[in-house]
Design a binder for this molecule. Structure first.
Ligand SMILES: Cc1ncc(COP(=O)(O)O)c(C=O)c1O
Length: 439
């Protein structure tokens, strides 16, 4: 039994095995929980993103249970999916928020997260974003450089406040399994304070009357299918925490970042017990509170992108299945060469080897290449799985195609949580006439 399942079963929080996979075929047609995808497509059209609330809750609860051995806070990383309806499901579970911009801070607050349940990281925070976060009274600002620390200090002084900060350090560990674009904790990456600079930055934080050094933070990468980078990073961060505490640093939090993987094909679920075995004893021994910032693990598998086949076109030896969704709805295949499982909502019973592509005027616009999968003909519906994370949030309006709606499913009911963008929405921000100003 995969460990995710055991962890969940142990807490008794999941009904008779609805999940780990929230999309199941019943009576020959794919359902999300108790709702047939065909019915949703009929009402909202395609493309559309669908999310299972049960899957969201299951992942959150499984992680929460796995970390039970130490005081901990799960700050869901909004960058994976920041739709209000979905955030509200997680908030109701007791989840907190991790944001990377003023926009995500606004989204977290509007979804009802209290400011003191929000942490804010990010390598390029603007001064106005830092000020907004301090004014709101968030739990922690994760500072990523000496230069940023100086700005946080200035803004805190101007507001007459003491800014509670964590230092996001780059533990400079080897991150072998992540795609190079989503590895973040190795020497030379733009993220975090370079390991060798940390003592100086920490000294400055410890001596400033406007700063309270409350935590240490790392995020070594995303889709970490090996736990080795966590192990190495936690070891380094632990040494650093001990050294700083010996110097009187009032540390409260040890933030191990995000990065737990999702299943894009037939992989095993991540081993939460092993993950907890790395972080929990280390943080407990320090007497600190653990923070984690998962994004993908919580939401990816809850979601699928629903798309309709428009055309089938053989060309130059390739059989193209041309759909109404492509790189603009799910950028990961073209951006990271990522694999997403695709299946027919109502399979015809045979398979074919095809390229699944979208309508965008780019050869790089594809969802799958050279894939043997359910045969799909014009009019058929396809489900592109594991699209709950880094799907809608990375959606483009390139080629002036409006963004697709988002739908939340809960048992036998469903709701549109983000409506389909209209053509008017696409041009709403444009000036009707060009109004020049001298300058
Ligand atoms: C600082 C930070 N925290 C958390 C995350 C969430 O990562 P994941 O979705 O892999 O859990 C990211 C993603 O890049 C990140 O940069």
């Amino acid at each position: 039994m995969p460990l995710l399942r055991q962890a969940v079963a142990g807490r008794g929080c999941v009904g008779a095995g609805i999940l780990a996979r929230p999309f199941e075929r019943r009576h020959g047609t794919l359902h999300c929980e108790g709702v047939p995808l065909e019915g949703i497509a009929e009402v909202v059209g395609t493309p559309a993103y669908l999310y299972s609330t049960a899957a969201l809750r299951e992942r959150y609860r499984a992680l929460d249970a796995a970390l039970a051995g130490v005081p901990h806070r799960i700050h869901y990383s909004l960058k994976a999916n920041s739709s209000r309806g979905l955030l509200q499901v997680l908030r109701a579970e007791g989840c907190r928020a991790d944001v990377v911009s003023g926009g995500e801070l606004l989204r977290a607050l509007r979804a009802g997260f209290p400011a003191e349940h929000v942490i804010y990281g990010g390598v390029g925070k603007r001064r106005d974003e830092i000020r907004a976060a301090l004014e709101a009274g968030i739990l922690l600002l994760n500072v990523e450089s000496a230069a940023e620390l100086a700005i946080v200090e200035e803004e805190a002084r101007a507001l007459g406040r003491r800014a509670r900060i964590a230092l996001r350090v780059n533990p400079e560990v080897h991150v072998a399994n992540a795609h190079e674009f989503i590895a973040t904790g190795s020497r030379g990456h733009k993220f975090g304070i370079p390991w060798g600079d940390v003592p100086d930055v920490a000294s400055r934080a410890l001596t400033s009357p406007h700063l309270e050094l409350a935590g240490l933070d790392m995020h070594v990468g995303s889709q970490l299918t090996s736990l080795a980078p966590y192990q190495d990073g936690v070891r380094r961060l632990t040494e650093l925490a001990r050294a700083l505490m010996a110097r009187g640093a009032p540390l409260q939090f040890f933030d191990a970042g995000g990065g737990l993987p999702a299943r894009y094909d037939a992989e095993e679920a991540p081993d939460l017990a092993l993950f907890a075995g790395i972080v929990v004893p280390a943080v407990r021994a320090l007497g600190l509170e653990l923070i984690v910032e998962p994004g993908r693990f919580v939401v990816a598998e809850s979601g699928a992108l629903l798309t309709r086949v428009l055309y089938r076109k053989p060309s130059g030896g390739t059989d193209f299945v041309i759909c109404d969704a492509g790189m603009s709805e799910l950028l990961r295949p073209s951006h990271y060469d990522a694999y997403h499982r695709i299946e027919a909502v109502r399979p015809r019973g045979d398979t074919s080897t095809v390229d699944v592509v979208g309508p965008i005027c780019e050869t790089g616009d594809f969802l799958a290449r050279d894939r043997q999968m359910d045969d799909a003909q014009p009019g058929d519906l396809l489900a592109v799985h594991t699209a709950g994370a880094y799907g809608y949030v990375m959606a483009l309006t390139y080629n002036s195609r409006p963004r697709a709606p988002e739908v939340l499913v809960d048992g036998t009911r469903w709701a549109v949580i983000t409506r389909r963008e209209s053509l008017d929405d696409l041009v709403r921000l444009e000036a009707e006439t060009v109004e020049w100003v001298e300058g």
